[in-house]
Design a binder for this molecule. Structure first.
Ligand SMILES: C[S@@+](CC[C@H](N)C(=O)[O-])C[C@H]1O[C@@H](n2cnc3c(N)ncnc32)[C@H](O)[C@@H]1O
Length: 253
């Protein structure tokens, strides 16, 4: 069985039977109450589609990350996807040739979503519910670590980055919310209260600040790949705060 990544969907080379399709649809719906983040579109060989109803348009975003240094070729690499959510980037890593992929997330309901998508795709990716602040080498060490969309959700990002550094053998791909104003590149903004209607948003960093944090955590270098997204000037969050950008880094041991 194979899976192809297109701009529209993860496309299977097999057809769902109608029982199978209904079962997957029911299981996807059953996870709605705990909330989806990843929107993963899966299409079978007959064009029948399944979709996880999240707000994060995974296929569009991987296209953007690809233009900002996300590797096309992960052949033979061991990969950790920390804060994997429903596992989209773990699946991409596997489809790009990774020897093994482990996705970790501290929310069991996201791991349940990842396990369901794994069953539909039939890919050999491991998922476990685990807290990033407990990360150590009991899970092994990894050639390549995907660390996207996580560090602004942490009150203590240095503890997390230090732990990630300790299990990274070669490269970490880091993506985060990022301060837009170039004059603030060396600074970070601590948010007390809500930003973008999400009380788990704690920090937004300037690019140079992240580079320094990554080096202090144990990486040799961090190369800013540029902003992957920027809001229109003057756009505000529902709380009236200035909406910030998102940026990516390639970080090497
Ligand atoms: C914004 S989502 C990003 C998901 C995915 N990495 C991506 O880029 O689409 C943040 C994810 O990180 C997970 N997360 C946040 N803090 C975490 C922690 N301390 N340990 C493990 N997972 C965490 C959340 O449960 C959520 O799935």
């Amino acid at each position: 069985m194979s899976v192809a990544i297109t701009t529209e969907a993860l496309v299977l080379d097999r057809r769902f039977s109608s029982e199978e399709y209904e079962r997957y649809q029911t299981l996807i719906d059953a996870c709605r109450s705990s909330g989806y983040y990843h929107r993963i579109v899966i299409e079978d060989a007959a064009g029948k589609r399944l979709e996880t109803p999240g707000s994060h348009p995974c296929l569009g975003v991987i296209g953007v990350l690809d233009r900002h240094g996300f590797p096309q070729d992960l052949r033979g690499r061991t990969v950790l996807d920390i804060g994997c959510n429903a596992g989209f980037y773990s699946f991409v890593a596997k489809l790009r040739g990774a020897k093994s992929v482990l996705g970790l997330d501290h929310n069991q309901h996201y791991i349940d979503q990842a396990l369901l998508v794994r069953e539909i795709l039939g890919l050999d990716v491991e998922f476990r519910c685990s807290e990033g602040h407990d990360l150590d080498d009991r899970f092994g060490k990894f050639d390549f670590v995907i660390n996207t969309g996580v560090i602004y959700h942490l009150q203590n990002p240095m503890d997390f980055l230090r732990r990630v550094s300790q299990v990274t053998l070669d490269t970490m791909y880091l993506e985060s919310a990022m301060l837009t104003d170039p004059s603030l590149t060396e600074y970070a903004w601590f948010i007390e209260g809500e930003y973008a209607q999400d009380s788990s948003n704690w920090w937004i960093y300037g690019p140079k600040c992240v580079e320094r944090m990554v080096r202090a955590a144990g990486f040799l270098q961090a190369e800013f790949q540029g902003m992957i997204w920027a809001p229109p000037p003057g756009m505000l969050t529902p709380e009236g705060l200035e909406l910030q950008s998102r940026g990516a880094f390639i970080c090497r041991k």
